[in-house]
Design a protein around this ligand. Structure first.
Ligand code: NAP
Length: 320
């Protein structure tokens, strides 16, 4: 089969198309014919060995994807050959024609979604759900800021928060991003590229109940000043260090919580997938695909995912 691989930690341009044997799978795993692979920032951290991420080599990048089950292990229950699924944390890498997955990390794909759309679900929607509901305990009626809402996780968080009846303020870094968020139906769009963008929210009356944060090293200090009483910042993304004044937390009984998808146990992954499925079926949740790449264009996708000016997900089409 064809796969994109890298021989050691390196740059996106070190990724090469190779012909390799179809991966073996064990009795409790499934083999998936990959329709499309989602590209996420973590794929680039693993490829380059940054942020303490490790890989074994040769490495086929890609955690996420969607496709059709090609074969199931002898002990697998609940999945059948030919079934459409989306998956995350594939064991062999999704930038390939076939990928092996644990049954704990594959979920039925809604008929209303293509493989390209399904490839956007694993990391982005699951992380957004975990952050909003599992960590920040956001509820209907809460005023929520999705701080960095134009990317894959941000758009998922916007859609989930709106579907749950929250008042959503969302931030973008470009005009095009702001337009995208307006079309998503958020209550207010703000610009995180403007220095004082959180100034109007720095009182208990105007502050946010929940902030879902995509770049904490830039924003955490300002976030704490823009919380309502008892508010919570859920940190999803961070690329450095930041100085805060803990008094901003004390004065408001506020909390900062971390979110790491890797910590979510299989039972909760399943519960999250089950709770989102009807919303995908009805089209209430709908991934925004910014750009599709061929398998050999994966290096470009790895470069593009780290550029500013996000407008949804980047996806590699394989057997779509
Ligand atoms: P993405 O698609 O590349 O989007 C990045 C987002 O960050 C865009 O909305 C971008 O907005 C925004 N951003 C840029 N500068 C910002 C600023 N100063 N303030 C606020 N937002 C800013 O990435 P993603 O997949 O959504 O992931 C977002 C982050 O979360 C990444 O760092 C990723 O590694 C991390 N992540 C963590 C987990 C976890 O388990 N903790 C899971 C998934 C992702 P503009 O481009 O419009 O400026």
């Amino acid at each position: 089969m064809k796969a994109m691989q890298i021989e050691d930690y390196g740059s996106a341009s070190d990724l090469k198309l190779v012909e390799v044997t179809q991966p073996d799978f064990s009795e409790d795993q499934i083999l998936i014919k990959v329709g499309a692979a989602g590209v996420n920032p973590v794929d680039t951290y693993i490829r380059s060995g940054t942020n303490n991420y490790k890989a074994t080599f040769p490495h086929t990048p890609g955690s996420d994807g969607a496709g059709t089950i090609e074969a199931v292990g002898s002990q697998v229950k609940g999945f059948e050959v030919g079934q459409r699924v989306y998956f995350s944390r594939t064991l062999t890498g999704s930038s390939a024609e076939f990928a092996v997955c644990a049954t704990t990390h594959a979920f039925p794909l809604s008929d209303s979604l293509s493989f390209v759309e399904g490839a956007c679900l694993g990391i982005p929607y699951t992380t957004a759900h975990r952050a909003l509901f599992g960590r920040a305990h956001a509820q209907a009626g809460n005023h929520v800021l999705i701080h960095g809402a134009t990317g894959a996780v941000g758009i998922a968080a916007v859609q989930l928060a709106l579907a749950a009846g929250m008042k959503v303020t969302a931030s973008a870094g470009t005009d095009a991003g702001a337009e995208l968020l307006t079309k998503q139906g958020v209550h207010c769009v703000i610009r995180h590229d403007e220095e004082n963008h959180l100034a109007p929210y720095q009182s208990l009356e105007t502050g946010f109940d929940v902030i879902i944060e995509m770049l904490a090293n830039h924003n955490l200090d300002r976030d704490l000043k823009a919380l309502a009483f008892g508010g919570t910042v859920a940190v999803i993304g961070n690329r450095g260090t930041v100085e805060i004044n803990p008094r901003d937390l004390m004065a408001k009984d506020a909390a900062v919580v971390g979110v790491a998808l890797a910590n979510v146990k299989p039972n909760e992954l399943k519960r999250i997938a089950q709770s989102m499925k009807p919303l995908f079926d009805k089209g209430v949740l709908k991934p925004i695909v910014r750009k599709e790449y061929s398998l050999t264009e994966l290096p470009n996708a790895h470069k593009d995912i780290l550029k500013s000016g996000a407008l949804g997900n980047l996806v590699v089409t394989i057997n779509a």
